[in-house]
Design a protein around this ligand. Structure first.
Ligand code: GLA
Length: 714
């Protein structure tokens, strides 16, 4: 046993063999996850919570529950791992055989706990990567078949966490196309609550792979112990929250195992998805700050880099455009002062031109009838006008009316002998097939090679997997959902290797696909096709718990004509700002306002994109909303306030800030004003103390009214 542990730990800084009741400590600045190795080798989760001050107390910790339960070793509740071994034995009993800890970089430590089945040759390694400063733990599991024949892995969770508290409050994020990330909080009681997806490619269309779990009592922004968890898997996920007869809660997170049983060949190792979590004892705000910092520093593609403002042509033209129209829109982009013009759907297909959504998808050559001089002329025009050029693709999908379908019907996910079911008139390519992976990589690589000026991709994915059958996988159909995502990652990895700084937007008919593993390859995501600013206040609020503003694309469009361009732009300025509107849909004053708003946004990017977010007034709890971004050094802040649908007679309360320095004085100035609009919010200074205790009288009783206030240290 000892020799094995030493071998396993040979690359590590520390290697430990099995001892009675040994503790394994996964620690960040504010969190402790303490695992215990019992004298019989069982691994338990002894403690998960706020960091304990005095290690001398660790000896008093209870055993807790089995850290990673297995089918057969405990039959009452949903296990983390379920395997049928080569000899048909359907049970697994894991015992700790060693663990290692090593530094992966400054402030990042990895602990790997190795376990083996008592009888069957099977190794399970649980990885925990602790990001000290950001209080995030990333965890995943490896399952290695050391048997002479294949084994069946029926369930393979990334993580299992246990809690024993007086109450549990789960916040889920669900919805549908155009109302993504709607939040609902419910108490958990005895039994099981499952959040899952079976949609395959557009996996998160009905529910996001993330949750908030408040312990003991519902948390607020500034109070309560709360865990934020997310699965890094751009495909089917499953979270099981199960409260047992004694009031313990277990949270099992992983890829959805439904129709995904894996056959693991001898010596093959299966790696689960990553599960990320943070735990705050100071409420939701701290948890979001930690996740946002972690995302920017460690997870998102170019997480520390800048983001471009843009003008998109989707809502301005839909499929109805030609070269002249696009070049004219580029002039709109220049007038607005944005960084880039983004060409959306409808530019490709010749035999089957893409003049609506039922043809052309898959044929990635410019439609000569619309663009006689190809994409190259558009790149040139953008360059001449001093802006960047970006382009829309949906490379995993195709229409039946496409040359791609005519040439390669065997590349398409379809049941044999059945008419394929379609979603938005389209089908999904079989990304488990390496040839298809090459094709999909070639869509980006081909465009980049031919048009090196392309500065941005919007990568869409409008359909779930409607016909889950892979001609390539033959008798291994249950591997499809996992192999599809792995195929996608392999393509995205190749793109990232070849074009490491290329910004890309993750889009899926809105945000039907968004998770932190995906964001390793994407710089940002499209939060929703719904750009009604009132709906956006809710959608962006939902995503703000997990994602920093620089990843949340928000565009100004013509949705909700009752709202002003100012209101729409102020909402979009809380995320990664863009426009999808013709200047002819705006008044002269709107245009002057928008030009100024873009300038302000550029100036305030270091605060909005890199600062800390304070959700001051929730749109869920009042007829108003307010959020502030505060720079890390607390010298500057930007405050956004919105009056949505106030009643004529309601009480108005001040907007009370957080996150400022009570001892500094701040000059306040309302910005993003319409031409000629006056404001009382100017030429005044307040102490941080005043602003955080008394606040400012910024809400009004006007409907769809908004304010942006800049705070600068005196
Ligand atoms: C999806 C996207 C939209 C747009 C269309 C184009 O719905 O979410 O932004 O790109 O596809 O077909």
């Amino acid at each position: 046993m000892k020799l094995k542990a030493i071998l396993i730990g040979c690359l590590a800084l520390t290697a430990t063999s099995m001892k009675a009741d040994e503790l394994i400590k996964v620690r960040t600045q504010d969190i402790d996850l303490i695992l215990k190795v019992k004298d019989d080798g069982r691994l338990t989760q002894s403690y998960l919570g706020k960091k304990l001050r005095d290690e001398a107390d660790f000896g008093w910790l209870e055993d807790g529950r089995e850290a990673y339960t297995t089918r057969g070793a405990e039959v009452y509740f949903e296990p983390a791992l379920d395997i049928v071994h080569a000899d048909g034995n359907p049970s697994t009993f894991l015992r700790h055989t060693g663990h290692t800890t090593k530094a992966l970089g400054a402030g990042v430590q990895e602990t790997v706990v190795t376990m083996e089945d008592q009888k069957e040759p099977l190794t399970v390694r649980i990885h925990y990567v602790a990001y000290t400063q950001e209080n995030v733990i990333k965890t995943w599991t490896e399952i290695q078949n050391r048997q002479k024949k294949s084994i069946q892995v029926k369930k393979f969770a990334s993580s299992m966490l246990h809690f024993y508290r007086s109450g549990y409050y789960l916040t889920q994020f669900n919805g549908d196309w155009s109302f993504e990330a709607q939040m609902t909080t419910l108490p958990l009681a005895f039994g099981k609550k499952v959040l899952e997806s079976n949609l395959g490619s557009r996996a998160d269309m009905f529910a996001s792979p993330q949750f908030i779990l408040s312990l003991d009592q519902p948390s607020t922004e500034t109070t309560g112990e709360v865990l934020l968890g997310q699965l890094g898997w751009t495909g089917n996920f499953r979270f099981t929250f199960e409260v047992d007869q004694q009031g313990w809660l277990r949270v099992v997170s992983g890829i959805n195992n439904e129709f995904s049983e894996r056959t693991l060949q001898p010596d093959e190792t299966f790696q689960t998805a990553d599960f990320y979590f943070t735990l705050s004892s100071k409420g939701l705000e701290q948890a979001s700050h930690d996740l946002h910092d972690w995302a920017r520093r460690h997870q998102v593609k170019d997480g520390q880099g800048d983001r471009m403002t843009l003008l998109n042509n989707w809502e301005a033209t839909y499929f109805d455009f030609n070269e002249d129209k696009l070049v004219n829109l580029m002039d709109d982009a220049v007038r607005l002062g944005v960084d880039m013009f983004l060409l959306d759907d409808g530019w490709f297909g010749n035999k089957h031109p893409r003049s609506n959504d039922d043809a052309g998808l898959g044929d990635w050559q410019a439609t000569s009838a619309k663009l006689p001089n190809g994409v190259g002329r558009l790149c040139d025009a953008a360059r001449e006008k001093g802006i960047k050029f970006g382009i829309w693709i949906e490379p995993e999908m195709l229409n039946r009316r496409s040359e791609l379908f005519e040439k390669h019907p065997d590349w398409v996910l379809m049941f044999p002998n059945r008419d394929p079911q379609e979603f938005r008139n389209q089908l999904t390519l079989d990304l488990s097939n390496p040839k298809v992976q090459d094709f999909v990589f070639g869509v980006v690589d081909g465009l980049m090679t031919q048009y090196p000026d392309i500065a941005f991709f919007k990568w869409d994915c409008n359909s779930p997997i409607m016909n889950p059958y892979s001609p390539y996988l033959k008798d291994k159909q249950t591997h499809l959902y996992v192999d599809y995502v792995r195929g996608l990652y392999s393509v995205l990895e190749r793109i990232k290797q070849k074009y490491p700084r290329l910004p890309m937007m993750m889009c899926s008919g809105g945000s039907g696909r968004i998770d932190y593993k995906g964001l390793e390859y994407f710089t940002e995501f499209w939060a929703s096709d719904n750009t009604d600013p009132v709906e956006r206040l809710f959608i962006q609020y939902g995503y703000s718990f997990f994602y920093p503003s620089k990843t949340v694309c928000a565009h100004v469009t013509t949705w909700n004509k009752l709202s002003s361009v100012k209101f729409r732009t102020d909402v979009a300025s809380m995320g990664k700002l863009g426009f999808d509107i013709k200047l002819t849909d705006m008044t002269k004053d709107d245009i002057v306002y928008a030009q100024e708003a873009v300038k302000n946004y550029n100036r305030l990017k270091p605060i909005i994109l890199e600062g800390d977010l304070y959700r001051l007034v929730s749109p869920y709890q009042s007829t108003h909303a307010a959020s502030a971004y505060v720079s890390k050094d607390k010298r500057r802040a930007v405050l956004f306030t919105f009056d949505i649908q106030p009643r004529a007679v309601e009480q108005r309360h001040n907007v009370v800030l957080r996150g400022l320095d009570p001892n500094r004085r701040y000059r306040i100035q309302e910005i993003n004003l319409m031409p000629g609009q006056d404001t009382w919010v100017k030429n005044r200074t307040y102490s941080g103390d005043y602003l955080m205790n008394i606040g400012l009288d910024l809400f009004t009783l006007n409907k769809l009214n908004s304010r942006v206030v800049e705070l600068t240290e005196e």
